[in-house]
Design a protein around this ligand. Sequence first.
Ligand SMILES: Nc1ncnc2c1ncn2[C@@H]1O[C@H](COP(=O)(O)OP(=O)(O)OP(=O)(O)O)[C@@H](O)[C@H]1O
Length: 229
Amino acid sequence: MTEPLLSLDRVTRTYAGAVPVHALRETSLVIGQGEYVTITGPSGAGKSTLLNVLGLLDEPDSGSYQVRGAETIGAKERLRVAIRGQLFGFVFQAFHLLAGRSALENVELGLLYGPVPPKRRRRLAAEALDRMGLSHRAASDPRALSGGERQRVAIARAIAAEPAVLFCDEPTGNLDTANTGKVLNMLADLHGTGLTLVVVTHDGKVAEQGQRRLEVVDGVVTEVAHARA
Ligand SMILES: Nc1ncnc2c1ncn2[C@@H]1O[C@H](COP(=O)(O)OP(=O)(O)OP(=O)(O)O)[C@@H](O)[C@H]1O
């Protein structure tokens, strides 16, 4: 394994309620720098919970979660925000682009809360769009773009600040086969440049793209295969 980047040790996440939901049962997992990990499993199994915990969007109830050796559980929110802003990028099924702003502005907005100084934002945003093959669409409103193009803008926004990890929750869930193929090619290219990828998916084709596959069933995470490790 390459350098450990994300290390979960006996992490649990239970949603309180009349009947508590054990969305993540005691989970220990190490994801190395540069790995391409996919996460599959039935609906309601805990995939998004695992992704949200790994992405510091949600805090577990117990256990240890270290990012590059720094403990995040019980840490000040400032540290969690700094890690999210500097090391993590996120892509969701529903794109979450702002209508009424150009594709370029959308990507630039993604740089607002990170470490990039204002003067460099426009150039980095343009470069990220270019990497996604969308320079010719920089001025377009997202409403005028196809689903595949919108998701590539969302990926550009997520990678513009050059994160170490890209977390994707059903990145192809709203796309047809052709656009799914394009997005998968983009993700493979990004992985080729050293980016660590953690991708939740229902789609077996998408899951096959990773080097390593995790399956979540009823809050229990198991290693399925190391296809290309
Ligand atoms: N905020 C919440 N409050 C209470 N229960 C929740 C909450 N979020 C998720 N759950 C429950 O936790 C379990 C795991 O949910 P999660 O969204 O992680 O599953 P998933 O595998 O991503 O599902 P899907 O494939 O349908 O998106 C489910 O039973 C869900 O109903």
